[in-house]
Design a protein around this ligand. Structure first.
Ligand SMILES: C[S@@+](CC[C@H](N)C(=O)[O-])C[C@H]1O[C@@H](n2cnc3c(N)ncnc32)[C@H](O)[C@@H]1O
Length: 197
């Protein structure tokens, strides 16, 4: 996939992998990151509706990346870039401290089997990294339909009480594809929005 919309992470380089996010965009607008964007409905809509913000979407599945990338090109979105790779690695190794205005994680894979729990994206380690990359007052937006995973997420937050404030913010985006699916199945959607203190 060759396009300036897609950022390649160069794992072979000996250089410091921390990215200079400002060079991706020709401005210093606030940066929002969506991890595991799937078909990209939220990401594309947000980028279109908030042209004064820059968006970076991270997705591991090539088929979804290709789909969202094609849609972004057709819509000629200038404020959106894609990363093909692992969201946790991206956050941990490539994103500078205090560089991100908002992190969005919607319906992360719940990995329901106990032996797969370690594959879950959100745990205490992830929260620590999300806190690191957020600017002061930057927000972490999470939604899940999975009751047990939600409980685990809340427990992980307990160890970060001193760092994040729970906030009530109105939802101002479209629903994601998975959200529509879970709502149609009658699932309860848990939303958790916090701000870095
Ligand atoms: C259940 S889907 C939700 C997709 C979208 N957020 C939505 O709500 O419609 C989870 C998405 O996260 C992606 N994903 C899972 N693990 C990932 C990881 N480690 N890094 C990046 N993306 C990941 C999957 O490929 C999938 O697209």
């Amino acid at each position: 996939m060759s396009s300036s919309l897609l950022i390649q992470l160069d794992e072979e380089s000996d250089d410091d992998p921390i990215l200079n996010l400002a060079t991706f965009f020709a401005n210093d607008h606030p940066i929002e990151v969506e991890l595991g964007f799937g078909k990209g409905r939220f990401l594309l809509d947000a980028a279109q509706r908030r042209p004064a913000h820059n968006f970076i979407g991270v997705e591991v599945a090539s088929k979804y990346l290709r789909l969202a990338h094609g849609r972004a090109r057709r819509r000629e979105l200038q404020n959106l870039r894609f990363i093909h790779g692992d969201a946790r690695e991206f956050v941990e190794f490539f994103v500078p401290a205090e560089s991100v205005h908002a992190v969005h994680v919607y319906f992360p894979d719940p990995w329901p089997k106990k032996k797969h729990h370690k594959r879950r994206l959100i745990d205490a380690g992830f929260l620590s990294e999300a806190w690191r990359i957020l600017q002061p007052e930057g927000r972490l937006w999470i939604a899940t339909d999975h009751d047990e995973y939600y409980e685990v997420i809340l427990e992980a937050f307990e160890s970060f009480d001193q760092h994040f404030d729970l906030i009530e913010a109105p939802w101002n985006g479209v629903t994601t594809n998975y959200e529509d699916k879970f709502v149609s199945l009658g699932s309860t959607i848990h939303r958790h929005i916090v701000a870095k203190i």
